[in-house]
Design a protein around this ligand. Structure first.
Ligand SMILES: C[S@@+](CC[C@H](N)C(=O)[O-])C[C@H]1O[C@@H](n2cnc3c(N)ncnc32)[C@H](O)[C@@H]1O
Length: 189
């Protein structure tokens, strides 16, 4: 079950929304509160990534927001060569400030739609994609993006994707999304 393309926000709408929402994405303890399981996912990704990363490896965080995923991984493995990509320049500025404050002196930022990013093959030991891939538009976007992500990873590198999911079984889908709706309402909508 996917959102029909005509119901998706435009890239400009998405960018404007996130440009004005940096604060909400800047709390490492809660993670970004728009997802119900953000702290758990941050923890799982960081501890799992730490099983294969070593200091000075390179990491690419796409849709990095204010940098929570990279920051949490840095708590396990430090330092890393950090590459941060996001549509929103204010998000990137906050992310690089926080990551530099965590003692990392190699931080590169890329203000871009993730579909337009272009890196060399075998560039990264790890790619993080936290709550961003659902912004892809159509099947072609998904195929092209995953082909690129695969090529940018070094052999043995890993990608961690965390995102909204829908369920094929309608009853399960309804139950899970009601749970999510109740959670959002508990935060004030
Ligand atoms: C829900 S936030 C998640 C931020 C961060 N990964 C986290 O979990 O805290 C999604 C981020 O993806 C960015 N984004 C949305 N669509 C994008 C696109 N097409 N290309 C690059 N970044 C995008 C937004 O600007 C926003 O910062």
């Amino acid at each position: 079950m996917t959102t029909p393309l005509e119901q998706k926000s435009t890239i400009h709408e998405i960018k404007t929304r996130f440009d004005n929402d940096v604060e909400r994405f800047s709390k490492l303890e809660t993670g970004q509160q728009a997802t119900i399981d953000a702290p758990l996912v941050l923890d799982l990704v960081a501890r799992t990534a730490a099983l294969h990363l070593k200091p000075n490896d390179s990491i690419l965080d796409i849709g990095c927001g204010a940098g929570n995923f990279t920051l949490r991984v840095l708590q396990e493995v430090h330092p890393l060569a950090c590459h941060l990509a996001d549509l929103s320049q204010p998000m990137l500025e906050r992310a690089s400030e926080r990551i530099e404050n965590a003692g990392v002196n190699y931080v590169q930022t890329y203000q871009s739609d993730l579909r337009d990013l272009d890196f060399e093959e075998n560039a990264f030991d790890c790619i993080l994609a936290g709550a961003v891939l659902h912004h892809l538009r159509d099947d072609e976007d998904w195929r092209e993006t995953f082909e690129k992500l695969y090529n940018w990873l070094k052999p043995g590198g890993r990608i961690y994707v965390s995102d909204l999911v829908s369920f094929d079984e309608p009853g399960v889908h309804k139950l899970m999304w009601k749970r999510y709706g109740d959670y959002l309402e508990s935060l004030g909508g």
